[in-house]
Design a protein around this ligand. Structure first.
Ligand code: NAG
Ligand code: NAG
Ligand code: NAG
Ligand code: NAG
Length: 744
């Protein structure tokens, strides 16, 4: 009994602990090592809207005052562009109204949709005077028709405000502010029968619109239900009595063919219902807020899952989270859940409690279905006043929508999550996996997969500079590419890139559903391209991360090196993955960091070498996967005390070519680094000999190790590039100061 109780108490926190897993990405890679491309045009910023035209092989990219048509296969190839600039006059008018001339009084392209006739619908903020237009691509040219339709309610006035829109059968659904001040938020359908939300704080209360997703369920609905539009946003909650404003995340829903009411709710949604959206992150006092949402539908509409990223309100926690919601859970809350109702408690104070009375018929917020039609309600205009008045006053559901398994899929400390898209990958055994691509505030994309409740971050790809948040992500099935936009550039990268895994262990321990190691051809291959009749030659172990079928790494032959008393020596050894631990042995005895031996992230630093320094040094990089340990990389150095002058270095270089060919590739790269170092040392020595430099004595004289590193030799960068690990290698200025050593 006591045990049961203990289990019950521990159960949830154990689960929680599993969700908050080791949130380090196994690999950190650069865009270029991931076969990516970058697009940027001189003088153009804010690449924050994207439309994929897979039918034309184009990526339509909206920026500030300009729209580009780029080759979908290679976005560095610009096919066409068209400018849509505001006139000087409009700019001045905008700035008279108190807006910033340079940042706000410009035309930020915000909406790009494909129309059924092949043209595109484009809207821009147009110097705080939103406008929309039609655009076509013909004979290699992008052309705007200059229709300049009113964009109020479709596109935001304010370029810094979030918005959402979706085009369904050439009808635009949009969520944004309809006025200059940004104080009148609407969810609107623009058509001859325009419909919008009511201006009531119980409907939308200072919302931040995030995304909108269309779910076509009419065709497969035995109940004759309508298609739905789901809106995701955050807003100030009305239902909590707290002293400060409390923001919560929401999902709202409307029926696509809602016509509004006859008298009550005339030209307003009769189907607008909303619920709180929870993403429960342990130890957070305030609810996390939704930042982006992606609809993932592996089959028909009822298999759809919404993946969303969440961050804490105003940086109250260092974590970000991903939660996934099944459409069925959301549907149940709206179709069968209880409503909340306001009750006045004091003169000016309202409390929201669960409504437990009888509901009018048809159910408030429901779409017109067969049942309603049978009872004589064939469209929303026929709905009785009781139903309409109910929903007008009570659009909020009592119950909140919980994520699948009631837990986040991922909680991670560090760069805040900004955007998410999800792709499906078929593994070697035919199983399907949802691969999440999560954009961060630091310009990177995390690639993560959940295996039976365990989320693994396969890699973090640095697309943009650390100061450039990912502002938009799009996925193309037809090219198998991911496209991203930021304020300063757009980027593209393949969903799967297996070439950067250089060994069987590296490839298999990655647990990347797209990749497997081909034992015959000895390379990491894309599994979708492997023939189904030869899978036994390919190794993949996604759930277990079991690499026992991989040949073990051969012990490398020691590189011979000669040193002199008082030298500072750096023996390079990269861990090979962010999950690996480096172990150094000297003459088979474990080395621990001490005054003279410093184990760094990229190698061993030996200060103030002496006769005792001689010996065999070996470094192995050990990665553990599910309590199994694998040596993924090793390297050895034989250090010998040199006799005579420093000129002895030539001896070492003569020895180097004897390194055996069959060694692991990294060892070969190490050789390159060592050779480069030796060349550099030779050059430096020559220069010193010639009297060009004078710093050398500080590095090489005895007993002055404190001075080491004052003058750096920028060898780390080439080492990074050569080994392909690419940690920050596009950011050489980020090199930690401690890495500046006298490399010998
Ligand atoms: C546009 O990009 C510039 C340059 O990065 C940035 O400073 C500005 O905030 C961006 N404007 C908007 C509306 O995002
Ligand atoms: C992409 O396009 C650019 C510019 O047109 C070209 O220089 C580059 O070689 C192309 N890259 C690939 C991989 O096709
Ligand atoms: C990153 O920043 C550096 C220096 O500020 C700049 O030269 C480089 O072009 C930037 N890269 C990108 C992708 O924006
Ligand atoms: C891409 O794939 C997803 C899931 O496999 C599918 O739902 C979607 O319709 C596809 N999109 C296109 C444009 O083919």
């Amino acid at each position: 009994m006591i045990l049961l109780l203990v289990l019950c108490l521990w159960g949830p926190s154990l689960l929680t602990a599993r969700a908050v897993m080791d949130s380090t990405a196994r690999k950190t890679v650069t865009l270029s090592s991931n076969e990516g491309h970058l697009f940027r045009e001189e003088g153009v910023w804010n690449y924050s809207s994207i439309l994929l035209r897979e039918d034309l092989g184009l990526l339509i990219l909206g920026a500030r005052e300009v729209i580009f048509a780029l080759d979908l296969a290679n976005i560095t190839d610009k096919r066409a562009m068209v400018k849509w600039q505001v006139t000087r006059d409009m700019q001045v008018k905008c700035s008279y109204k108190g807006k910033n001339l340079e940042t706000e009084c410009q035309n930020y392209i915000r909406i790009l949709h494909k129309m059924s006739d092949g043209r595109m619908y484009v809207c821009g903020t147009n110097a705080f005077n939103p406008a929309c237009d039609y655009m076509s691509y013909k004979d290699g040219k992008l052309t705007l028709e200059n229709k300049q339709e009113d964009g109020k309610g479709k596109c935001p006035f304010d370029p810094f405000q979030r918005y959402a829109s979706e085009l369904v059968g050439d009808v635009l659904f949009s969520a944004t502010s309809i006025n200059f001040l940004g104080s009148e938020p609407v969810l609107m359908r623009s058509s001859t029968e325009s419909i919008r939300t009511d201006f009531k704080s119980s409907w939308l209360n200072e919302p931040n619109f995030i995304g909108m997703e269309h779910i076509a369920e009419r065709e497969q609905s035995p109940e004759g239900d309508d298609d739905k539009m789901y809106l995701f946003f955050s807003e100030t909650a009305v239902e909590y009595d707290s002293y400060s404003k409390l923001e919560v995340s929401r999902v709202a829903r409307v029926c696509e063919n809602d016509m509004g009411g006859q008298r009550t709710l005339q030209r307003k949604w009769t189907s607008f219902v909303k619920a709180r959206l929870d993403c429960p992150v342990p130890d957070s006092s305030l609810p996390f807020l939704i930042q982006d949402v992606f609809r993932f539908c592996p089959g028909k509409w009822d298999t759809c899952v919404f993946y969303a990223v969440f961050t804490p309100p105003s940086r109250t926690s260092p974590y970000s989270a991903v939660c996934a919601y099944s459409i069925e859970d959301i549907r149940l809350v709206f179709s069968e859940g209880k409503f909340k109702t306001p009750v006045p408690v004091e003169t000016s104070f309202v409390k929201w409690v669960m409504y437990s009375g009888d509901l009018p018929f048809p159910r408030p917020g429901a779409c017109i279905n067969n049942d309603a039609r049978q009872k004589g309600y064939s469209q929303s205009m026929d709905l009785p006043d009781k139903t309409l008045q109910f929903i007008k006053d009570r659009p909020l559901m009592d119950q909140a929508v919980q994520p699948i398994s009631d837990l986040p899929l991922l909680v991670r400390k560090g760069a805040a999550f900004t955007r998410i898209v999800v792709a499906s990958a078929t593994a070697l055994d035919g199983s399907s996996h949802s691969v999440m691509f999560i954009g961060t505030e630091k310009g990177s994309v995390l690639k993560a997969v959940n295996y039976d409740g365990e989320t693994v971050i396969i890699e973090e790809v640095q697309l943009f500079n650390l100061s450039e948040p990912v502002k938009i992500l799009r996925l193309s099935n037809s090219t198998g590419q991911l496209y991203a936009g930021s304020e300063v550039a757009a980027a593209q990268m393949p969903l799967s890139s297996c070439g950067h895994y250089k060994s069987c262990l590296d490839c298999v321990l990655a647990r990347n559903p797209y990749c497997g190691w081909d034992l015959t051809a000895e390379y990491c291959t894309a599994v979708s391209s492997t023939r189904p009749d030869t899978p036994s030659d390919v190794v993949q172990s996604l759930r277990e991360g079991n690499a026992s079928r991989c040949p073990s790494i051969k012990n490398s032959t020691a590189l011979n090196m000669t040193f002199h008393p008082g030298n500072t020596i750096k023996l390079l050894c990269q861990p090979g993955s962010n999950f690996a631990q480096v172990q150094w042995l000297k003459d088979q005895q474990p080395l621990v960091s001490s005054e003279d031996f410093q184990i760094k992230s990229d190698g061993l630093l030996i200060l103030n070498a002496s006769a005792e320094t001689s010996g065999l040094y070996s470094c192995s990089s050990v990665e553990s996967s599910k309590s199994q340990q694998y040596v993924i990389h090793n390297v050895a150095y034989e250090l010998r005390l040199g006799s005579g002058r420093a000129g002895q270095w030539e001896d070492t270089s003569r020895l180097l070519p004897q390194v055996q060919k069959n060694q692991h590739i990294v060892v070969a790269l190490q050789t390159v680094v060592v050779l480069l170092s030796l060349t550099l040392v030779a050059l430096v020595l020559w220069n010193v000999y010639k009297g060009h430099f004078s710093f050398l004595p500080r590095c090489f004289s005895r007993g002055q190790e404190a001075e080491v590193g004052q003058d750096s030799v920028p060898l780390e960068a080439s080492a990074d590039k050569a080994s392909g690990e690419g940690r920050n290698s596009n950011n050489n200025h980020n090199r930690r100061a401690e890495e500046k050593d006298c490399v010998t």
